[in-house]
Design a binder for this molecule. Structure first.
Ligand SMILES: Cc1ncc(COP(=O)(O)O)c(C=O)c1O
Length: 472
């Protein structure tokens, strides 16, 4: 960034900050008012000193369909979509009705939840899994999945792939110790026990050499964790690798755990398992299936899931739980409101069938193609990739998506420009389409991107090839 106060960059940034902070002043006031009492990681997410005046989250007031309204009364086309929750848009009537009905019935926790069995049955039907357990978040579901794998195999180590995210419990908050392909791991942040990393191998996703490492260490491994298409790399969709990994883990008695928090019910009613033709041993779900309520789902083969309750037994005979249990608990597990919403979502997905995902995925593909055609024609150094209805910047050459080859401050500013034009997108440019987004929404979004790029170029924050050509 040019430090000269008279530079076009300074003038352009000052104009944006003035406009942005005026338009969203109540959100900014909210952030400052509560900063001392509210410890909130989202408030300082993406902090960048030159953009500090605009570093605050937009505070939501209400939402409907593809739209959110903030506390200043601004209307946005929302592409954050609850971080991947709102497949059907905000507040769809069939989920709202299910929640209101349940509120009328009360929130009975402690006795068995009326819809737990039906939700389990629907999840089994859609995903092909044998048994289901219910928790509150994706993090909890992944934590339980790993515990089930360790309890069943009697082994300690797990393998996971760099670039994947599996929630925020210590056991998966690790990264490769060195960038040279050595699978040893270290904790990613202060406060995470260093010895959590001792039992984790970090491997390169989609790389056949990773299969060799797993083969060499097969007797030590309880599980291999996979985010089948990583949110950080939607362009990497390694079907053959996943199928080989399935074969290898089956032969070695290692639990293959699919983390389907983003892919589940989005790419296909049966998630990434159905899409790639791979049957995992355990799969974890959340987000979409909760219909906006907090939920985590662990689904898997009986041999693993039986560790939760001891397995199958019947009344009227001599049968009893036969399997030694591990710990699985949580006051709010099977929360009646979450289950009412999940039941409504699952029934809706079942009724609509794969056509729902096919249409939405196809629309996302066309939208991403349009964006990329514009980026290419206008020589903007950004390319988007998508998996189902999730989209994100794809890496250009060897740079990571977050370090897309446009100048990094230009990329950061792009999302502020979009917010200023009524588009809510995560800072790093990732987003989700829902069935509620209209063609008009997508046209508005593409126009907002074009207008933002134009302004960023005028301000000297993005390279301007035609100006450079004219100079030459
Ligand atoms: C792939 C993946 N796994 C696990 C999680 C954790 O889920 P939750 O935030 O519900 O704990 C997330 C959340 O974004 C995710 O994307």
């Amino acid at each position: 960034m040019n430090e000269d106060k008279n530079s076009s960059q300074h003038k352009s940034l000052a104009a944006l900050v003035k406009r942005y902070t005026n338009r969203t002043k109540a959100s900014k006031q909210f952030t400052q008012l509560y900063r001392s009492v509210l410890a909130d990681h989202r408030v300082s997410e993406g902090f960048h000193l030159p953009l500090k005046q605009m570093c605050y989250p937009i505070v939501g007031k209400h939402s409907l369909g593809s739209r959110i309204w903030d506390v200043d009364g601004n209307e946005y086309i929302d592409l954050i979509m609850g971080l991947g929750i709102n497949l059907f848009g905000h507040n769809p009537p069939f989920i709202k009705e299910a929640l209101i009905e349940q509120l009328e019935q009360g929130i009975q926790i402690g006795c068995q939840a009326e819809f737990a069995g039906e939700v389990a049955e629907l999840v089994c039907e859609l995903t092909g899994m044998a048994r289901v357990a219910l928790s509150n978040t994706g993090t909890e579901a992944m934590m339980a999945a790993i515990r089930l794998a360790r309890a069943t195999t009697g082994r300690n180590k797990i393998a996971m792939f760099s670039g994947s995210y599996h929630g925020h419990f210590d056991g998966v908050l690790v990264k490769a110790k060195t960038p040279d392909g050595n699978p040893d791991a270290i904790a990613i942040a202060p406060g995470i026990l260093p010895n959590c990393a001792e039992d984790v191998l970090i491997l390169d996703y989609g790389n056949p050499q990773s299969l060799e490492v797993i083969k060499d260490r097969d007797r030590e491994l309880a599980a291999v964790l996979v985010e089948p298409v990583q949110s950080s790399r939607p362009d990497l969709q390694p079907k053959a690798f996943l199928q080989q990994l399935r074969q290898l883990t089956k032969e070695s008695g290692i639990a293959l755990i699919f983390d389907e928090m983003i892919t589940g019910f989005r790419i296909h009613p049966g998630g990434a398992q159905a899409w790639f033709g791979v049957e995992a041993d355990i799969a974890a779900y959340g987000k979409i299936v909760g219909g906006g309520m907090p939920i985590g789902i662990i689904a898997g083969k009986a041999v693993y899931m039986d560790r939760i309750d001891g397995g199958m037994w019947n009344y009227g005979d001599a049968s009893s739980p036969q399997v030694e249990k591990t710990v699985f608990a949580g006051t709010y597990c099977k929360h009646p409101l979450a289950l009412a919403a999940a039941r409504a979502v699952l029934k809706h997905l079942k009724t609509e069938g794969f056509a729902l995902q096919q249409q939405l995925n196809q629309r996302t593909s066309q939208f991403v193609q349009r964006l990329n055609a514009y980026f290419e024609a206008d020589e903007v150094p950004i390319r988007m990739a998508h998996f189902g209805s999730y989209f994100a910047p794809a890496s250009l050459g060897n740079s990571s998506p977050s370090k897309n080859s446009a100048s990094s401050i230009g990329m950061k500013l792009l999302s502020y420009h979009l917010v200023d034009r009524g588009i809510l997108l995560r800072g790093e440019g990732t987003g989700f389409l829902s069935t509620a987004h209209t063609d008009e929404d997508l046209n508005c979004l593409i126009q907002a991107v074009k207008d933002s790029v134009k302004e960023l170029r005028e301000g000297g924050f993005l390279p301007n090839p035609s100006a450079q050509l004219a100079k030459a």
